[in-house]
Design a protein around this ligand. Structure first.
Ligand code: SF4
Length: 348
């Protein structure tokens, strides 16, 4: 605004229009003089993602397939819940890590997203659910668990979270944000030093290095001992009542035996970690060779963890039918969606 010879309050006006009212074009900011809107349009863009398709699940979950200005896929999931909604955003287009149970891995890394592209995913999901220019609902949660490894897009991620936390904008504070990592150890240590940091979840998937090397090859770089050492370090930054989470995807006959449960409990207890474990039954994602664990196996696994003093929860899958669930984001189009195609906005 300074460069354009405009007073400072114009900048605040524009920030509020784009982030509090979630307008997606300068032209829609009608309180600005026409000439200023035109000048802005010449030097910047208010939105860069385009909506390719929108899918609505039987359970109300919505998946958005978006495209960046350079034609790359981005996926975002909106999960309505009784008292609050959760928006799952992506931090990269594709992902360079090769977790064997995840469809996104098959895309490889296309590129990391910018802070603007992360924020805009949330804007698009909120506008679709509540309408443009409505107040952002109190209590919306964000999870950085979509496509990509958030800690490999660390600067964009932190910038986006700060923009979204601004009280003059969406005001989604870091305490309502959880970011999940496959285990980028230096970033876990760095996150611990940041005062306005989000909550942390670490995807484990296996209780031994031997198995984790196969399921999550990043383990070869930062094996369990180092990863849990960093988690222990991170624990010092937890606020009263805060715990961090280990995510454990459950693959039938691969990592879901009673032995695995005991090994996992012993591993966490050895490191004396104040953490909880989310058990996530694998979501079928052909052509991946895995099946979800049986409900009985999940129940037994949970009981063993609990008996050894580890709080364990079973995550209910959401949006499986539209490929919106964990590990299923691979820019799939409508041809792969079996049921419940989206509403009027959905692509054919
Ligand atoms: S699970 Fe996460 S980190 Fe692993 S390949 Fe998939 S998107 Fe990447």
């Amino acid at each position: 605004m300074q460069e354009l010879g405009e007073p400072a309050y114009r900048a605040r006006q524009i920030f509020a229009a784009l982030h509090s009212r979630r307008l997606q074009s300068f032209d829609a900011i009608t309180e600005l003089p026409k000439e200023l809107r035109a000048a802005l349009g010449k030097r910047a863009t208010a939105s860069t993602l385009t909506l390719e398709s929108r899918y609505v699940s039987e359970d109300g979950t919505r998946r958005y397939l978006l495209k960046t200005h350079d034609g790359l896929p981005v996926e975002t999931v909106f999960i309505p819940e009784e008292r609050r909604d959760t928006i799952c955003f992506s931090s990269q287009s594709g992902c360079p890590l090769q977790c064997s149970f995840c469809l996104t891995a098959q895309l490889g890394l296309l590129r990391s997203l910018s802070a603007g592209e992360i924020v805009e995913q949330v804007v698009i999901a909120l506008n679709d659910a509540y309408g443009v220019a409505t107040e952002t609902p109190h209590g919306t949660n964000l999870v950085g668990m979509g496509a990509g490894e958030p800690f490999l897009a660390f600067e964009s991620l932190m910038k986006a979270l700060r923009v979204m936390a601004d009280p003059a904008g969406m005001h989604i504070v870091p305490g309502r944000v959880t970011v999940s990592t496959a285990g980028i150890v230096p970033r876990i240590r760095e996150l611990a030093t940041i005062s306005d940091r989000p909550h942390l979840a670490v995807s484990l998937a296996a209780p031994t290095d031997e198995l984790r090397d196969q399921l999550m090859p990043i383990n070869k770089k930062w094996p369990l001992q180092e990863l849990l050492g960093a988690c222990k370090e991170f624990e010092k930054s937890l606020k009263p009542g805060e715990r961090f989470t280990f995510e454990y995807v459950m693959l039938d006959g691969v990592n879901d035996s009673e032995d695995h449960a005991r090994q996992l409990a012993n591993l966490l207890n050895r490191h004396q970690l104040r953490a909880k474990v989310n058990l996530i039954p694998h979501n079928p994602a052909a052509p991946l060779p895995y099946l979800p664990s049986t409900p009985m196996a999940v129940e037994k696994f949970q009981a063993i963890l609990e008996a050894k003093g580890i709080p364990a929860f079973v995550r209910r899958p959401r949006g499986r039918d539209i490929y919106a669930a964990c590990g299923q984001l691979a820019a799939r189009g409508s041809e792969n969606v079996a049921t419940s195609m989206g509403s009027s906005n959905a692509a054919p």
